[in-house]
Design a protein around this ligand. Structure first.
Ligand code: NAP
Length: 281
């Protein structure tokens, strides 16, 4: 079977065009503030991408590039100021923060209504009970891809490999909300291959090149590769052995060009949602 390749790049462009059209109808354009602490090159690339996305979607954006030595109190004060600004709908603090800074304290300080990453414990709790205003960007991007390709998770067995707070756990929750039967696997899961082989929808979010081999994929499965690893030549790759898996799967995401662009697009969706909530009182 030749798998259909799920084109996240094309879908992200479509989502952003939709966001732009909706943003243009608002009385005030959505505003996003991005905080970058330190000089991690990967974080810089992500932040530059987010700025470009804001321009594309007609948003107002601000960037705060702070030195790695920034004291916690200064960072917290910046978040507090942004929380009170009427022109800022979303606040994003690029993670990871340099050593010595308390990430959870910063995430907790962001007003839940401006938490467009959906990392604040309040929003995580809302997600848990299915009452969320925002969905975390990467898992939401995966759901958008499934919808685009007409894949209804209802009644399917979904296996999520990885249980991080930003990907694995919320991914499992979103699949459960859509009536999949969900198994979550992690580093202590015995017989990972056996678990994966039971998946109608297999989502891998680990960060280990070559973890998911072709023999771990059920015939006709949907394979979503969230991971972003670098191979021995520095090329971007996922967890899944793409060629092997594509021979078994019905649908598969590439890396790059799959989930990555969708994550960025969903940040724009969340910022638009926040702007709407703020403008409607
Ligand atoms: P993370 O916090 O490091 O979590 C990795 C998870 O994988 C953990 O739950 C860990 O289990 C599990 N794991 C590790 N080794 C395993 C093994 N051999 N078998 C089964 N499970 C194993 O990573 P993350 O932040 O969730 O990110 C995961 C990957 O997605 C990374 O490659 C990251 O770069 C990528 N990512 C991509 C996007 C995107 O936009 N495409 C966004 C975010 C992240 P334990 O909990 O037991 O340690």
């Amino acid at each position: 079977m030749a798998a259909t390749i799920m084109d996240g790049k094309a879908l992200a462009a479509k989502v952003k065009a939709r966001v732009r059209a909706q943003a243009d109808t608002l009385a005030r354009r959505p505003g996003l503030a991005v905080i970058l602490v330190g000089d991690d090159p990967a974080s810089r690339v992500y932040v530059n991408g987010k700025r470009r996305d804001c321009t594309e979607c007609g948003f107002y954006s601000e960037e705060y590039a702070l030195p790695a030595e920034t004291p916690q109190a200064e960072l917290m004060a910046l978040v507090e100021t942004l929380n009170t600004r009427a022109d800022i709908d979303g606040i994003l603090c690029q993670l990871p923060l340099p050593k010595g800074l308390d990430e959870m304290a910063v995430l907790r300080a962001i007003a839940p209504g401006k938490d467009v990453d959906c990392f604040h414990p309040f929003n995580v709790g809302e997600l848990m009970i299915g009452m969320q205003s925002f969905q975390p960007c990467t898992p939401a991007g995966v759901m958008e891809l499934l919808d685009e390709y007409g894949i209804d998770p209802a009644g399917k067995h979904a296996v999520v490999v990885g249980r991080s707070n930003i990907v694995g756990k919320p991914q499992a929750m979103l699949l459960l909300q859509r009536n999949a039967t969900v198994t979550i696997c992690h580093s202590r899961t015995p017989d990972l291959a056996g678990q994966c082989r039971r998946a109608d929808i297999l989502v891998s979010a680990v960060g280990r090149q070559g973890l998911i081999t072709g023999d771990m994929v059920k015939e006709g499965a949907v394979v979503i590769d969230v991971a972003m690893n670098r191979d021995e030549n520095g090329k971007l790759c996922g967890d899944v052995c793409f060629d092997e898996a594509a021979r078994k799967a019905a649908y598969i995401t590439p890396v790059p060009g799959g989930v990555g662009p969708m994550t960025r697009a969903m940040l724009m969706v969340n910022t638009l949602t926040a702007a709407r909530l703020h403008q409607n009182g």
